[in-house]
Structure formats: C-alpha cells, structure tokens
Design a protein around this ligand. Structure first.
Ligand code: MN
Length: 285
C-alpha cells in the first residue's frame, strides 16, 4: 500500500495518479485524550487498518494526485533518528570540503553514532522548505527513511527489519556550520518526508534501492542503499540500544555524496526506486 496524508489531515491510498480518500477508516482509532500515548496512532494501528483501508477504497472518492497537498505521511513520530556520514563517498567529500566540515574532523558513523532532528522540523513535500540563515550554506541531503511499525527496544540487527512498517523518501536539509547537528538540521521544514509511505511488503529488498536528487532538473546525488556503511538492520540495532523506537518513529538512513547548496526558488526532485518521486520547492522563510 501507498498511504499519504493530504490536505487537512486526510488519509489517502495512492493508486497510480490518484488519491483515494479513505479517511473514514480513522473512526476505528481509539478516542485519545491527554496525556496522549507515545508514537503515531495510525502507524501503530496499521495492521488493523489495512483491510479497512482496502474495503474503504472500493467506495472512496478519487482525487488527482497533482490536486492534493501532500503532508508528511507520518503525523506524530516520537522522534526523528538520523544517521550521519553513512555513505563512504559522502564521508570523503565532507573531509575534502571546508564548506561542509567547517574545520571540524568529520568522524565515521561508528564513532559519531546517531543524532536527532526535532519533530517540529517535519513537513511534507507540498509544504516546501523555508530557508533560514541565508548567509550560510543550506544543503540538500536525500535519504531513504524507515518508518518503525512495532516498538523496537534493544533488538539485534538480525531480523530487525520486522519492526519496519514502511519506507519513504526524506530530505535531511542542513545548515552547514560549526554548531551541533541537532541545531543545524532542526530548522522548521528541514525534515521533508514523503511523498507517501510504501508499506514494507511492497519493497522486496530495501537494501538495494537506487536513490537520486535533482536540483532544477540537474542531477546532484545518485546512489544505492546497498552502499550504506551501517545497513538498515544495524541502524535499528544501534538506535534501539539507546532508546525504544516507537510506531511512527522515523529513521533517516544517511545521505550519499553530491550534497550541495540550495537557494530560494530552487525545485528539488527526490526519487527512490520502488517508492516514487517528490517535488519540493525551496523558499526563504
Ligand atoms: Mn543526513
């Protein structure tokens, strides 16, 4: 299934160029009150909702994909976990380019570990990216994103993908500079996820997917998830050795070489094999 969140928090099933509005299935969710449970209730209930979504789709009104506003497909992750320097050639370009490393030693992921982006940075492709600190270099980073489906607490790498509900495309937008990653990468709108999520049953081998990013039609990043330094299961093992991953948590798996600056007016097109493509407009905040 390809599921999107569109317009005013509607749930959509994406089929070729249409979105089927299956929002009525959300009636099946419990009525939450303060204090809310951790994690995203739709992702937590996905197994229960899947047959309901399929049934609802039979009678759901269809909207053209290009006519809807695509939001982040996960509304309420408890955290956005990110892998830094997880492709060797990106590590090399980071070490070679002062515009990326700012005089700091770029360490291997085995030494740096993971970092978190603020949840408030999360947007969908139709919302675009609003750049801040325009005097600084603002870079694109295309990444494959895993959506956690089942709570994962101290799980071993082997079999860890069983905790993943879906995959999506992510942009880990970044202000370059000397500050901590969590500050420079948590600007509002600097975590783009979309265009929808593709459930794990539809991705035969997530560890072998081509990904790419174009800026104004020009290819900037092109790689394959097979070249990840820490693979998908190892990332889940590492993250869950520190904190429980909850349904809806997002794991940005790292960006390949070819990162570069963007400016207001640019149009990014990010694509991942088996997931799709998303168009994201860059503007000044
Ligand atoms: Mn990144």
């Amino acid at each position: 299934m390809r599921l999107c969140r569109f317009d005013d928090n509607r749930l959509g099933l994406v089929q070729s160029e249409s979105v089927l509005d299956v929002t009525p299935v959300l009636r099946r969710l419990p009525a939450y009150r303060w204090s809310f449970p951790g994690g995203d209730p739709v992702i937590a209930a996905l197994d229960m909702l899947a047959p309901e979504i399929a049934a609802e789709a039979e009678r759901a009104p269809a909207r053209p994909l290009e006519a809807v506003k695509l939001r982040a497909p996960v509304a309420n992750p408890s955290k956005i976990v990110c892998a830094p320097v997880n492709y060797l050639r990106h590590l090399e370009e980071g070490r070679a380019d002062p515009g990326i490393h700012y005089g700091k030693q770029v360490e291997e992921i085995e030494r740096v570990g993971l970092f978190l982006k603020a949840n408030s940075a999360l947007v969908g492709p139709s919302e675009g990216v609003a750049l801040r600190h325009l005097d600084r270099r603002n870079d694109h980073e295309v990444e494959m994103v895993m959506v956690i489906g089942k709570t994962a607490d101290r799980v071993p790498a082997k079999g860890a993908l069983a905790h993943v509900a879906a995959f999506a495309i992510g942009l880990d937008m970044t202000i370059r500079g000397p500050e901590d990653r969590s500050l420079r990468k948590s600007v509002d709108s600097y975590a783009v996820v979309g265009p929808w999520l593709v459930t794990a049953d539809e991705i035969a081998n997530p560890a072998n997917l081509a990904l790419s990013l174009e800026v104004n039609g020009e290819m900037r990043q092109r790689a394959n998830t097979r070249d990840l330094v820490l693979g998908l299961e190892r990332l889940i093992e590492l993250a869950s050795s520190y904190y429980a991953l909850l349904p809806g948590d997002l794991i940005f798996t790292g960006t390949p070489e070819g990162v570069g600056p963007v400016k207001p007016g640019d149009i990014l097109t990010a694509s991942i094999e088996g997931i799709g493509a998303m168009r994201v407009e860059i503007r000044a905040a």
